[in-house]
Design a protein around this ligand. Sequence first.
Ligand SMILES: [Zn+2]
Length: 159
Amino acid sequence: MHCPYCNASETKVIDSRLAAEGAQVRRRRSCNSCQERFTTFEMVEVVMPRIIKSSGKIEPYDNEKLRRSILLPLQKRPITIDEQEAMISRIEKRVRQMGEREISSKVLGEIIMSELKTLDDVAYVRFASVYRDFQDIDAFHQEIANIRPNEKQSNETDK
Ligand SMILES: [Zn+2]
């Protein structure tokens, strides 16, 4: 890393410590030429690929969208928040490990399905039965957006 003051390329690390609860390494550096000191932060680059929808439209990966799509099939299942979060991490890890800059929403849907299958049979069947009809995770998201679980039709007849 070049010195931000004199642009010299030789700098030395004089202190190194963890920051942001271990997610970053903070390094205090000293320039060999001008002796100025500066700080650098190092962190893991977490880049999710963009998602290619069946329409051909490309969108950035959306963590909230993923959460919403597994919330419904996991409803009233004996799955803790920790288990749910761990599954989301596994899904995102698998997606990153593909090393692609773009993946299709269909591939993402398949990964979600295989992780749900490992976690909970009922949730898997719920997800798969709906998802298979759409063959595309975006169409599935759209369907979920249209479902409002708290509004029961029976409210009308109870009056
Ligand atoms: Zn310098």
